[in-house]
Ligand binder design. Sequence first.
Ligand SMILES: O=C(O)c1ccc(O)c(O)c1
Ligand SMILES: [Mg+2]
Length: 623
Amino acid sequence: MSNAIATVSLSGTLEEKLRAAAAAGFAGVEIFENDLIGSSLSPRAVRGMLDDLGLACMLYQPFRDFEGMPGHLRQRAMDRAERKFDLMGELGADRILVCSNCSPVSLGERARIVDDFRELGERAAKRGILAGYEALAWGRHVFDHRDVWSIVEQVDHPNIGIILDSYHSLSRKIPSESISQIRGDKIVFVQLADAPLLDMDLLYWSRHFRNLPGQGGLDVDSYVAEILRTGYDGPFSLEIFNDRFRSNSATLVAEDGHRSLNYVRDAALRQLGLETTMPAPQPVLAAEFVEFTADGVESARLGSTLATLGFTLAGEHRQKKVTRWRQGGVNLVINAEPKGFASAYRAAHGPSICAIGVRVKDKAAVLARAAALGIRAYSPEGRPGRMAMPALRGVGGSLVYLIDDNEVEGLWAREFVALDMEPDAPVHARGFDHLAAVVHEDEFLSWQLYWRALFGLEAKAAQDVIDPSGLVHSQALQSPDGGFRVTLNASDARQTLSSRFLEQGIGGGYQHIAITTDDIFATARALRDSGAAMLAIPDNYHADLAARFGFDDAMIARMAQLGILYDEDAEGNGFWQLYSRAFDKLFFFEIVQRDPAYTGYGAPNAGVRLAAQNRFRDDSLID
Ligand SMILES: O=C(O)c1ccc(O)c(O)c1
Ligand SMILES: [Mg+2]
């Protein structure tokens, strides 16, 4: 059970693609015909390079418009096949993919198609080649793997088998259980791809939007499980046509690709109740803290800001210039140490969120799963084992600290001297609702895979958000019970709030923290009274709210005065929101009150919020 990747999935020249595939640990590649045709390397030189890199040439593809051709075109197709068999001999490939015919002149007659494959089988046998028939979802006559299987059965030739491609089957909603009809030893090759759920022409969707298993919305896990159940033990190969990947770093896509195959295989084995080498994903129970990096002066200013937001200084680190601010279940840590990770992060990104801490049941299992997925742990140079908490690399170079649920209280007590909290300070924050990160568009899918593969977070439907300066893609992910939520935002438009954050902060990272309250009106009044700088929302928004939800005038006036936004799902579950102004134009806070059954993030309000923030742009980057 090895991992392979089609050269079409990676950017660059053929040489660059092969190097990236080898470096990421793939056992082999599919040579995609166009990549060879456009290369100045001879087939023998490609073979030499594959040998040097330790890569097998597992498949040559695609061979198009073969079966059911009329008249003299039939002989042309056979001649063409012989030429490709010659080429495969030079490349060292013994498998070829024949995709179902798309030609408008092709014939759909079953008997002809069967005859053509019998003849191809005879020709392939003389060369020691296996040909696999793949149903393209947009094939002229054959577009369903069930038809391909029935043809392959009828052809009944040892050199003719089936190739399964998850995109073609799942985009057409063909039940994966149908794979149980297929004999495992007749599966010549398996190609895997995921895709976002878009209502789109099948060909266009396939050629531009495929992505890695764990980055889209197709049930690739169950597809793989059904294939494993047939006894197939050959390679799983990524065949990803994706506009973004074509311009992305081949190294990033190859590394993510390898991770995604290991992830999907693990998930499929788990579905089947079979043994797998990876520990199970540990759900994140909750975010325990968010850590800010700031120098001494910024630290004092940030402390004042947190105080206006209702936080109290709750502890000081026993050895370090680190303070703990607390309100209800929300812990914010300000790290003003002049050395170490936080200080290095600040040097690159400015005062910002440099780490988060998450509670899990078994951090050792998380670390082991991360290692199996090739996700790096953070180890401060020269001081292994000195960390109070292990950490993994996270978005924008930040860290994710791992804390076992049963050690949380002990950890705070051990590391921090507790300061007396004002006993009757009102508590408006119950816990973290979600953490919102901004990432480069090129890494948008990569971080989705990270959260899904490592922690088993579930992806919600992607949202397109309209910023006054352009489109922002937004993807929410959450633990199955909703105890931990993150959102990823990315934008190609140069002047959106997301893009300005990347420029200002030199790279991705967390841009805002959303905190839950049980009474947003009381919280909003308290924040106003303590002088917190909050984001004003224009009256037009509230007039529209009144029209949409029938709020009375007094309610609308209160919401407008306090800058409260509202959304409601189809069942009438509500969601209330309130935003702070940004600290140093870098990060800000959101306060939310959610009906337990409301599962969104106020997407209809995001454009209004971005427009409001956009009004503070002029003097410098964001506010
Ligand atoms: O888009 C295509 O033409 C194409 C070619 C070969 C494949 O294996 C495939 O899945 C799609
Ligand atoms: Mg395919």
